[in-house]
Design a protein around this ligand. Structure first.
Ligand SMILES: *Cc1c(COP(=O)(O)O)cnc(C)c1O
Length: 409
């Protein structure tokens, strides 16, 4: 049978497992525990000899349905969902790495991931931050104890694009875990598996959920990394097929020890939201391109950062890798303009910190999400005091353009 399209597969995924009463949505199952008529079956579930549910921190049917959906979208082999994107990142790295290991990470990172990597450094895991737009900087940073390379697809807020393909080849040659945060692009614009990613992070809070009404995160194993050579896997998790060792350890140690489990109600919101992912993101990307193009021509704006503009340093790479150029762009206002006055003059565009919402949101980044980082690190990341980041939504473009005209007048 021909492979079905992204939307068809996504929309029909809940029905694949014959859900109860033929319902079209996987129901919300709030039960924390599961009863067994035969106590032996309960024991077998614990021992991994029988499929089944035992306790809500590690498994829940509503969450399982969402995990399967993400696995399909990313064309991976397994997914574990968490309560937030940060929970997915922290639980995964804490369960796979140990003191004395080393990570090479892009220096252009989501602020909280940057903060978490600081926590890892305090726990004895070395982290080297490099300019990942060139694979040679990653290569130069690799040490004997390097275990993992971490990059994002489109970095926030300056929109640098890592050399995803070359870094993937490098990780394959050096046998390193290649962890790609796909939040900004989502599996709709880009499949990290196509560049050799081992593990994929998605903050479900953003485009996949899309409605700003539920937090969630996921880690997907693409099946490309050979875990049989990875020394940090506990003996107990070496019983299954080697391709499942990594994700099993993330589930057993990450989810069980840290306990940042996704709740069933949130899983339902995220799954329902994900049904329209491709429609929403296409419209948001069209709007972002139109707004960024408008801003580039306006003298009151000093600089525009958007991969869809021909002037963007990685424009060509973005065109080769991604279906569209994403729905995030940032601007530096001309010197004399105050970013707060500019934002307050907007009408439809909301000053808010989230991204990937249906609504267009804007934030003065140096004063908010990158405030704690301090001026030096901000400067090294190219973040100016007048920078405003836009997460473009699905409103009519004329209404968004009218906001810019008014705010710049
Ligand atoms: C938001 C975000 C995260 C964290 O997701 P939460 O669900 O907010 O914890 C991680 N990576 C990127 C690129 C993000 O934008």
């Amino acid at each position: 049978m021909a492979k079905k399209g992204f939307n068809t597969t996504n929309l029909h995924s809940d029905r694949k497992d014959n859900p109860e009463h033929g319902v079209l949505h996987k129901p919300v199952h709030p039960s924390v525990a599961y009863g067994y008529d035969d106590a032996r079956h309960l024991a077998e579930v614990f021992q991994g000899k029988r499929r089944g549910y035992n306790y809500g921190r590690q498994l829940n049917p509503t969450v399982t349905a969402l995990q399967n959906r993400i696995t399909q979208m990313e064309e991976g082999i397994a997914t574990i969902a968490f309560s937030t994107g940060m929970a997915a990142i922290s639980s995964t790295l804490l369960s796979l790495l140990k003191a004395g290991d080393h990570i090479v990470s892009s220096a252009f990172l989501f602020g909280n991931t940057n903060s978490f990597f600081g926590t890892l450094q305090r726990l004895g895991i070395e982290v080297t931050f490099v300019d990942a737009t060139e694979a040679r900087f990653v290569e130069n940073a690799i040490q004997k104890n390097t275990k993992l390379v971490f990059v994002e697809t489109i970095a926030n807020p300056v929109t640098q694009i890592a050399d995803l393909k070359a870094i993937g080849q490098l990780c394959q040659i050096k046998n390193l875990i290649y962890c790609v945060d796909n939040t900004m692009t989502s599996p709709c614009l880009f499949l990290p598996k196509s560049v050799g990613a081992s593990l994929i992070v998605n903050s479900l809070t953003k485009y996949i959920g899309g409605h700003g009404n539920a937090l969630g995160g996921a880690i997907t194993d693409t099946g490309l990394y050979d875990w049989s050579g990875f020394e940090n896997i506990y003996d107990t998790y070496r019983n299954e097929k080697p391709e499942l060792w990594g994700i099993t350890q993330v589930k057993k140690k990450g989810l069980r020890d840290i306990g940042a489990s996704l709740g069933p109600e949130a899983a339902h919101h995220l799954a329902a939201g994900s049904e329209t992912l491709s429609l929403r993101i296409a419209k948001a990307c069209d709007n972002a391109l139109a707004l960024a193009t408008y801003c580039q021509q306006n003298p009151k704006i000093k600089q525009v950062y958007y991969p869809g503009l021909a002037t963007h340093p990685q424009h060509e790479r973005a065109g080769q890798l991604f279906k569209q150029y994403g729905a995030i762009f940032s601007i530096d206002l001309a010197e004399e303009r105050d970013c707060f006055d500019f934002l307050n003059a907007m009408d439809s565009i909301i000053s808010s910190s989230n991204l990937g919402d249906n609504r267009t949101l804007a934030i003065p980044v140096a004063h908010t999400i990158y405030y704690e980082m301090g001026p030096e690190r901000r400067a090294s990341m190219g973040i100016s005091d007048s920078m405003v980041r836009f997460s473009v939504g699905i409103e009519e473009i004329d209404d968004l353009l009218a906001d810019f005209e008014k705010a710049l007048a």
